[in-house]
Ligand binder design. Structure first.
Ligand SMILES: Nc1ncnc2c1ncn2[C@@H]1O[C@H](COP(=O)(O)OP(=O)(O)OP(=O)(O)O)[C@@H](O)[C@H]1O
Ligand SMILES: [Mg+2]
Length: 250
């Protein structure tokens, strides 16, 4: 038998009922996502992208069909099992960063460890190491309001990594960034995937597709296309953008 995929979905149906009306947000989705892949999900508004990301992250369950994560069914977990799964297996990155304003950058990175019962002091070395990885070691004590948008998103990327989750889910991670800053975040997500994680990103940004290994399009809750993008076909990129902070070094 072949290795289980990082994620394998078959015949997923997800409906929402509002009053008398039923909307079929996902209508028979089947797909496989491998470890090490950077996948983007694109499609028009209302096509089911966020719904799909919620199911992949066990934030919600399908009405029918199966979602296997490393071979184990996650579509039928109860709420407690879902939150356990999310805490250890998934890192989330959001469009609006979702940082806590009163905490410093490194404290924000450490939050998932705190929620898992690790003290702040014990979590600090790893938080600092991750800030270094995203090119922000010189901003560890800054609060979110003292950071640029791209820097805030890098803090959020570091936070998503602190539990060493095999799966990173990102909903419009470049939606609030200019194109150069966004490119640095996409580069970083590509590197993370290259290290054996799977990264799945929902995006409206067609330019983001060139950073991905796989592009899935959704239309009316169905898969329109699912194509592998060869790395060699990607545009030449400025890799310095990730680590080259825009700050003035003292
Ligand atoms: N909580 C909900 N209750 C009822 N209907 C919902 C709910 N969430 C989504 N829907 C419906 O399901 C469909 C898919 O929604 P979804 O949010 O997945 O779309 P999307 O592709 O993420 O769109 P966008 O690009 O605008 O974010 C839409 O028709 C939407 O109206
Ligand atoms: Mg959405």
């Amino acid at each position: 038998m072949s290795e289980p995929a990082m994620l394998e979905l078959s015949d997923i149906i997800k409906q929402y009922r509002v009053g008398e009306q039923t909307v079929r947000a996902l209508d028979g989705i089947g797909l496989r996502i491998e470890a090490g892949e950077f996948t983007s999900i694109i499609g028009p508004s209302g096509s089911g992208k966020s719904t799909m990301l919620h199911l992949l992250g066990a934030l919600d369950s399908p009405d029918s069909g199966s979602i296997r994560f490393q071979g184990n069914e996650i579509g039928t977990l109860n709420e407690e099992q879902q939150s356990e799964f999310r805490r250890h297996k998934v890192g989330f990155i959001f469009q609006f960063f979702n940082l806590l304003p009163t905490l410093s950058a490194w404290e924000n990175v450490a939050i998932p460890k705190l929620l898992d019962g690790t003290g702040l002091r014990k979590a600090k070395p790893k938080a600092l190491e991750l800030l270094e990885r995203v090119g922000l070691s010189n901003r560890a004590e800054h609060r979110p309001a003292e950071l640029s948008g791209g820097q805030m998103q890098r803090v959020a990327v570091a936070r998503a990594l602190i539990m060493d989750p095999p799966l990173i889910l990102a909903d419009e991670p470049t939606g609030n960034l200019d194109s150069k800053t966004g490119a640095a975040i996409l580069e970083l997500l590509g590197d993370i995937a290259g290290n054996g994680n799977s990264v799945v990103m929902v995006t409206h940004d067609m330019g983001a597709v060139q950073y991905c290994d796989r592009v899935i399009t959704l239309r009316d809750g169905k898969i329109g296309s699912n194509d592998r993008v060869e790395r060699s076909a990607r545009a030449e990129r400025d890799t310095d953008a990730v680590v080259d902070d825009d700050s003035v070094r003292a």
